[in-house]
Write a protein that binds this ligand. Structure first.
Ligand code: HEC
Ligand code: HEC
Ligand code: HEC
Length: 475
């Protein structure tokens, strides 16, 4: 007797006793059927898993890839949940996935960005690139059920090529050597255009204790240029020995942040500078009018000031001058920048390996761009509950962006800190809980990524972060 399956023909045709082998035959038959079904399954799967039409524009193809991958089923503020999302158990899994997914990535920024010609930020691009190059998405449990949503080779290529093209056109600042033109981070410029006269006034004001009510504190007290632009304290000390509840970020390279403060409550540096002087626990003036009066009464200062700002010593002008000065507080020529510019000797082998790990372990998805951060609000604890692990009670500051927004979506989201000169700015995190870079890197891997780092890996990433210290202004 011949099996229907060609693979079995040669073995079976010489079998003498059919009855004896009856059971074995049956098993083989069943195995044959399973094998055929498997092949059919793979064929169907391949057939369903098509790539976008080549005649479409690249952008249209990208939108199709995201559509075929059904990214919006989870990564959207109003995900298109299927009818069974209301069933018990499976429904909970689906809703849970969607809730976790939107914490990390909003696919509409990409599709809407393309369709409506709106800018697509570097963090979104980096995350997209990461998920496609590492083939993390969609999750296995999703594509196992939703055939055709896996990302095939053609789709991967379309997406990665488009990201590279978009980055070159919109984000690459031309400073890295061509070899490094498609990195998720950028070389920092040596300087940016400023008005030198305003910078000079800003420098004086930045160091002027008269901005505090008791002439005890200037901006430089909490943002000391010789301490990496911070005070190296867990929480800053304001007038009268009062302490705030959040760690002071650096002023270095702050000009590259998309908003200012951990919670983004100031749109730019000038808006930021308006805060501390009248903040009751920082510089504690009753009003800006008081500050204007004090400074205007200083004849020498007022003369110099009105020469640059003819409409006088006003809050707006003071903040404008400070902001102009802060634009000069950038730190070029770190070993990492020199490396990206083409000097292969600028970083040690460990640091280079650390940079590779920094990208491999998804750190560069959030710590993106010129400042290696400062471009988005990110949920702290995407992979493991941060505040539960910390074990102390939640403070108001722990709500981050949520302090400014009604929607609970913003709770526990912080403006990602830039990592330049991070070796100089301990302690770390908004709550200053991480004493060393080692601790900070380990906590990041644990709470923000899918990875557990070995001691060796942590050390190499720390080595790399040490290569981010640049030229310190006014040194
Ligand atoms: C079934 C829901 C689901 C679908 C569909 C899905 N994701 Fe995700 N995605 C998640 C969840 C849940 C997480 C967070 C947990 C994790 O990383 O495993 C996540 C994480 C991510 C991240 C963060 C970094 C990473 O790679 O882990 C990115 C970026 C991402 N998804 C992109 C995509 C893209 C692009 C698609 C479409 C090709 C997609 N996702 C489809 C549920 C989904
Ligand atoms: C008493 C200490 C203190 C003083 C004085 C102070 N700051 Fe700050 N600064 C902080 C703290 C703390 C934060 C973070 C607050 C937050 O995010 O809610 C901060 C945030 C900032 C930021 C935002 C950086 C970022 O990455 O978001 C800038 C820029 C800044 N300060 C500049 C200034 C300037 C300019 C002055 C003087 C007008 C000043 N600071 C005075 C403690 C201080
Ligand atoms: C999902 C986005 C995201 C990813 C991925 C991520 N980070 Fe962060 N990182 C943040 C945010 C947000 C903070 C601020 C946390 C806080 O203050 O509570 C931060 C803080 C840090 C700090 C402390 C900076 C400071 O000045 O306090 C370091 C160092 C750091 N990250 C390194 C890393 C490394 C290394 C990795 C990869 C292992 C990584 N990050 C992955 C978002 C991210």
């Amino acid at each position: 007797m011949y099996s229907f399956h060609p693979l079995f023909i040669t073995k079976q045709k010489i079998k003498p006793n059919i009855n004896q082998n009856c059971l074995a035959m049956k098993i083989k038959k069943i195995l044959g059927i399973i094998l055929l079904l498997g092949i059919a399954l793979v064929m169907t799967y391949k057939f369903v898993d098509i790539a976008p039409d080549k005649n479409l524009t690249t952008e249209q193809q990208v939108v199709k890839v995201l559509k075929f991958g059904q990214c919006a089923a989870c990564h959207s503020h109003s995900p298109n949940l299927p009818f069974y999302a209301n069933w018990p158990v499976i429904g909970d899994v689906i809703k849970q996935d969607a809730a976790l997914a939107i914490r990390e990535f909003d696919v509409n920024i990409v599709s809407e960005g393309i369709l409506k010609n709106q800018p697509i930020d570097e963090v979104t691009l980096n995350k997209l690139e990461y998920s496609f190059s590492h083939e993390t998405m969609p999750p296995l449990k999703y594509y196992a059920v939703h055939w055709g949503t896996t990302i095939n080779r053609v789709e991967k290529e379309i997406m990665l090529n488009w990201i590279q093209q978009y980055r070159t056109e919109h984000h690459y600042n031309g400073l890295a050597s061509t070899e490094f033109a498609n990195e998720p981070v950028q070389v920092i410029p040596d300087s940016i255009p400023v008005d030198p006269a305003k910078v000079e006034l800003g420098r004086m004001l930045y160091n002027d204790v008269r901005l505090s009510v008791d002439n005890s504190i200037s901006c430089a007290s909490c943002h000391d240029l010789s301490k990496g632009g911070t005070d190296n304290k867990p929480f800053s000390e304001g007038v009268g020995g009062q302490f705030g509840g959040i760690n002071a970020p650096t002023v270095f390279n702050a000009t590259f942040n998309f908003v200012q403060f951990w919670d983004g409550r100031a749109a730019d540096l000038a808006a930021q500078a308006a805060g501390p002087p009248t903040n009751p626990i920082e510089m504690a003036h009753k009003s800006w009018r008081d500050i204007e009066n004090i400074l205007a009464a200083d004849k020498t200062f007022a003369k110099a000031f009105t020469a640059v700002y003819p409409d006088g010593v006003t809050e707006a002008n003071i903040c404008n001058a400070i902001a102009e000065y802060e634009k000069t507080l950038i730190t070029p020529n770190s070993p990492f920048d020199l490396y990206l510019k083409g000097n292969k000797e600028a970083m040690t082998a460990e640091q280079i390996k650390g940079y590779q790990l920094f990208k491999e372990k998804s750190c560069a998805t959030c710590h993106a761009g010129v400042n290696l951060g400062g471009l988005s609000y990110e949920f702290i604890g995407t992979h493991e509950d941060y505040f539960a692990a910390r074990g102390t009670e939640l403070t108001e500051e722990d709500y981050g962006r949520g302090k400014q927004e009604e929607d609970v979506f913003f709770d526990h989201r912080f403006k990602t800190p830039g990592l330049r000169n991070v070796a100089l700015t301990a302690p770390y995190f908004h709550d200053a809980t991480q004493a060393t870079l080692h601790d900070a890197v380990n906590a990041m891997a644990k709470h923000q990524t899918d990875y557990n780092l070995t001691d060796e890996e942590t050390q190499m990433i720390v080595d790399y972060l040490n290569a981010l210290t640049g030229d310190i202004p006014e040194k």
